[in-house]
Design a protein around this ligand. Structure first.
Ligand SMILES: [Fe+2]
Length: 186
């Protein structure tokens, strides 16, 4: 598989009447060739922030390869649009939250993902993702918008207070989130 094939299949699915359903269907098809997807994306490290992870960017679709090393946990964040993640290798734990009164969150569910597993988050979805295995977890992340341009939120991992997502500050949130015993409210 070439990266152009991957982009062609996902952009075609995103042009369907219900883009997120088309995307999830293609991600399920890709489960049959995780190695092929990994090879097509081998040229991307997957670390260093969204701007270095992205390999296709349009107003209605963003495609990223994301790698979380062992010990890495995100702060709670949203994406400003729906999101679908296919795990290519490694294991990842997601904590999914719902917005609560006063800009804080309540924990909704915990989802463990391994190779071939998919998680879908609607546009109002908030989550924490963490590497739950010894090795890196690598995923194909699909977002139903321009994830680098949308207004997004992040939540302080200690106070669980909502703030506008600011990349200059995000890394300090991620480091505090990673140093904690568990995801917030878990
Ligand atoms: Fe995310």
């Amino acid at each position: 598989m070439q990266v152009a094939d991957l982009v062609a299949r996902l952009t075609a699915a995103n042009a369907e009447a219900e883009p997120h359903k088309g995307i999830v269907r293609v991600l399920k098809e890709l489960k049959g060739d995780l190695d092929g997807v990994a090879e097509a994306l081998a040229y991307i490290a997957g670390t260093g922030g969204n701007a270095r992870q992205i390999f296709y960017r349009a107003p209605d679709l963003s495609l990223l390869k994301v790698r979380f090393p062992n010990g890495r946990r995100t702060p709670p964040h949203n994406h400003g649009c729906w999101a679908a993640i296919l795990v290519l290798s490694g294991t990842e734990r997601n904590h999914v939250y719902r917005r609560a009164e006063g800009g804080t969150l309540t924990l909704e569910r915990k989802v463990d993902l391994g190779p071939g597993d998919i998680i879908y988050l609607p546009a109002d979805g908030v989550h924490v993702a963490e590497c739950s295995g010894d090795g890196d977890v690598i995923g194909l992340h699909v977002y139903g918008g321009d994830v680098l341009g949308l207004d997004r939120s992040m939540w302080d991992p200690d106070t669980v207070r909502e703030e506008p997502l600011d990349w200059a500050k995000y890394e300090t949130f991620a480091q505090r989130a990673s140093a904690a015993q568990t995801a917030p409210l878990a």
